[in-house]
Design a protein around this ligand. Structure first.
Ligand code: PRP
Ligand code: MN
Ligand code: MG
Length: 180
């Protein structure tokens, strides 16, 4: 049913799982003697977070944050509002922020500044997808799954008007769905 709205499958379910396995192995090695706090950014990061954490063989804690950018995406004011904050203190902790996609970079630059202010010991970013062409602020992830082109990608957590998050793969949305 959902597939009728998809132009092409960009990253298949198998490719996603294969990549996530590799990312999990990297993080396992890098955090072997630590106790990182994985911070999933709702809602998009939810499936990635769930699959990634199962591939990390190290002690870890998870928590979630929900933030929203104010209005107009063309204004790079970077104003972000916290909808749901962490339940956990980040002071002195090794933080790994888990994102589904970096586009403008505004969401993550806000979170990095916030966790610095809250005295995190270290802050790293893992993103499943990176859209470098969308950047409005300089921001790089420490672990990246896939670079994606400047297309409307949905699925595996990524939405268009709250739909398609439940697709098991990353696809490009048909133009007819969002332009009429
Ligand atoms: C999307 C995405 C990232 C953010 C990336 O979330 O999941 O969190 O935007 O964009 P940026 O780099 O330009 O800040 P969104 O705010 O749409 O919320 P959602 O995860 O609930 O869909
Ligand atoms: Mn998001
Ligand atoms: Mg969204």
């Amino acid at each position: 049913m959902l597939q009728k709205d998809i132009e092409e499958v960009l990253i298949s379910e198998e490719q996603l799982q294969e990549k996530i396995k590799g990312l999990g192995e990297q993080i396992s090695a890098d955090y072997q003697d630590k106790f990182p706090l994985l911070v999933g950014v709702l809602k998009g990061a939810m499936p990635f977070m769930a699959d990634l954490m199962k591939r990390i063989d190290a002690y870890l804690e998870i928590d979630f944050m929900d933030v929203t950018s104010y209005g107009n995406a063309t204004v790079s004011s970077g104003e972000v509002k916290i909808v749901k904050d962490l339940n956990t203190s980040v002071e002195g902790r090794d933080i790994i922020i888990v994102e589904d996609i970096i586009d403008s970079g505004l969401t993550l630059s806000y979170l990095v500044d916030l966790f610095k202010y809250r005295k995190a010991k270290s802050i790293k970013i893992i993103t499943l997808l990176d859209k470098p062409s969308g950047r409005k602020v300089e921001l790089n992830a420490d672990y990246v799954g896939f670079d994606v082109p400047d297309a409307f990608v949905v699925g595996y957590g990524l939405d268009y008007a709250e739909r398609y998050r439940n697709l098991p793969y990353i696809g490009v949305l048909k133009k007819s769905v969002y332009s009429f």
